[in-house]
Design a protein around this ligand. Sequence first.
Ligand SMILES: [Zn+2]
Length: 497
Amino acid sequence: MRIASIDHSALLNKLKVKGKVYRQIKAWLKAGVIDNEVFSKTNQGTPQGGVISPLLANIALHGLDEHLMLFARNSKGWKYKSGVLMGRRDREQSLTFIRYADDFVVLHNSKDVILECKNIISEWLKGIGLELKPSKTRMTHTLLNEESEDGKAGFDFLGFHIQQYEAGIHNDSLSQKGKHHGFKSLITPSRKALTKHQASIKAAIKEHEKSPQAALILKLNPIIQGWTNYYRFSDVKTTGILSKQKDLTHWKLRRWGVRRCESDQKSVNNYFHKDKSKRWVFSTREGNTSLKLINYCDTHCSSTEYVKVKGTRSPYDGEWLYWCSRMGNYSGISPSVATLLKKQKGKCAHCGQYFRENDVMEIDHIIPKSQEGSNKYDNRQLLHGHCHDSKTAQDNKTLADSKLKAKQLRDNIEQRWLDGETNFTEEEKVILNEILQKRYEGLEPTEAFYDHTTIGKRKKSPKGSKTSKEKQPKARKPKRYIKGRRIKTQEAPKVAR
Ligand SMILES: [Zn+2]
């Protein structure tokens, strides 16, 4: 359904603004249109094609959805397919209203309800001086041709075509209870959108008839990228539309090449090259820096992955928590917090609860930085303030425990060594080596073993000593020991050799 024209005074009344803003909007409305160098006054309707018209449409149609929901809530006699009467909540849920600027769709499984809705919308629009445009208002069934006004099932909305098709039990969609519907819903680009896209490709190629190949690729890539991104939440891949678009573009480019080289073979040799996966790609020749045309089929598409914006949320409502979790960015929120929020889907990684508006949020390192944890996103998580405290306490406890355990192990090994045991596992040998390096000045395990009986008591390592011998000199400049021999200083520990 679409709106024909907007009555200015009714719109201005709805705005409820005064003074400067009122005068400015009034001026916009009266601005007039220059079409084909002919000026025409706009006493009715918004300036078409201007930036302002979707905004004015939004203002004019604001509240229509609530009006329809009110109608669903208060009406009586709506029935399920089985003939049972619907409850209030189900009545509201069964009616769907989707609007984008002045374009909107009303969905319901009963034709009578749709007819009633049409009347209600018409009346509501009259209140603000609007009317439905008959040429752009259509009543249709999504599955059955014969149920539709013009004999064609399905409808177009925002460049998409939505239609249901009969399907066997292996292909059809399932109901929430797991029953076979006998049909499947497909969301594809509308016929108009497909033609329009190929027309824009054609225009770009025509414009670059005599330009270098690189310029043409740079022109085409954003067009293809933008188009595939727009349709990434649709069945554009499974229905083979992407590969068809790819083929159509490919043949246009072959023709472009032939025009320049006067031979198809030459055109292929000059402008198409094999990529790493040995596919022929429209690309420039130079080695690693070569420019390539984006492949339509490389886009990931799925009609079921899209997550609907909840209820009446809007990016301008200040619900930063919701929008951060959904989009991974919001103005005024640091990018790292926003990224982590999105990654964690708005939940605390420690307690699993959702963050709320006024919660303290802190970034935590999963492996603490004190234990050489990195500062990368993999090692970061967002926690509640109190969860962060308990996690840090836990980290410190495990760290202290592991240190204690390591110390006990070291002591045990050293004691066994001092007791004359030689039977050590590989792991223990490594630890023993470290102990010897630290405490016994790097004696070989065997050598030290034979010597330890003469050393008797173990030497205490001076403070700040390092494990490796080579690193020692600076820290221990007044060496107390040289290869185990005692140099007489006052602080020297009691060691006999
Ligand atoms: Zn928490």
